[in-house]
Design a protein around this ligand. Sequence first.
Ligand SMILES: NC(=O)c1ccc[n+]([C@@H]2O[C@H](COP(=O)([O-])OP(=O)(O)OC[C@H]3O[C@@H](n4cnc5c(N)ncnc54)[C@H](OP(=O)(O)O)[C@@H]3O)[C@@H](O)[C@H]2O)c1
Length: 279
Amino acid sequence: MEFYNVNDGNKFPKIALGTVDLKGAKGVQSIKTALRNGYELIDTSTNYNNEGAVGKAIRELNIPREHIQVSSKLPGANHEYDKAIDAIQESLYRIGIDYFDKYLIHWPLPKRDNYVEAWQALVDAQKFGLIKTIGVSNFLPEHLDRIIEATGVTPATNQIERHPYFNNLDLHQANKDRGILTEAWSPLGRELNDLLENKVLAEIAREHDKSIAQVIIRWNIQTGILVNVKSGQLEHQLENIDVFDFELTQEEMELINQLDKGKEGLVEGQDPREYEEFD
Ligand SMILES: NC(=O)c1ccc[n+]([C@@H]2O[C@H](COP(=O)([O-])OP(=O)(O)OC[C@H]3O[C@@H](n4cnc5c(N)ncnc54)[C@H](OP(=O)(O)O)[C@@H]3O)[C@@H](O)[C@H]2O)c1
């Protein structure tokens, strides 16, 4: 595994295990399989209803805490300061760990306009020792600037939707300009589109004797982006981290960038300006 350094001095693997739908006994087994086979960073969220499974997998494997990184996210219902601090502690109790390696505000919810308060809570939770690295998710440049100006603290990462049909390169540039590491979510399009059958990607994959999934993950890494990719199957989990022995050419990178469909490419049409999640 290779790592990225972030703006607070900490470092994270270039590939994390996404965990949407990995829950219950089956989810525990899938997460354990990933941790046994090279994954070191787990991306969960209170809203995925699987923080318990993440904790059980970690406990059952008995891996030293410092060899595993856990990242979770603050739900929309907890943007108020006290609620946010309680939510972070409750999440830690559910997982059975003392601190998060990384913790993000899941969505900015600009219509409710409480994300500055939520960010202040994360800044303080970091001081209290509950979180090592604080970041955000689905934040646009205007949201980033507002929290930075209000608190003087720049998020370390911004986790955003990104795959070849919605490459989000402008937002990635905005993150970079502010010293923020971009993380990609739904890098494979969550099987909601035909990305894994795309002809351009298939041709590039054939050239390198790799799969389309591997090409997409490599394209992210060569763009300097941390990839959160979900798989419940050993075969896919292994495939998705076997991406450090080949290099896409500049021309191939550009061909993939050209697959962008703008907003039409969003997997579920979730625009951070509008998107509301109240749980
Ligand atoms: N911050 C946010 O708002 C946000 C939003 C969405 C997601 N996320 C995070 O990002 C993670 C990834 O996104 P996602 O779960 O939406 O979708 P994804 O990772 O793009 O796609 C997951 C799907 O692709 C399949 N898959 C995985 N590897 C494959 C391979 N090598 N070949 C063929 N199929 C493969 C998986 O099936 P199998 O399980 O059968 O392998 C699963 O159905 C999430 O799990 C979550 O942690 C964050």
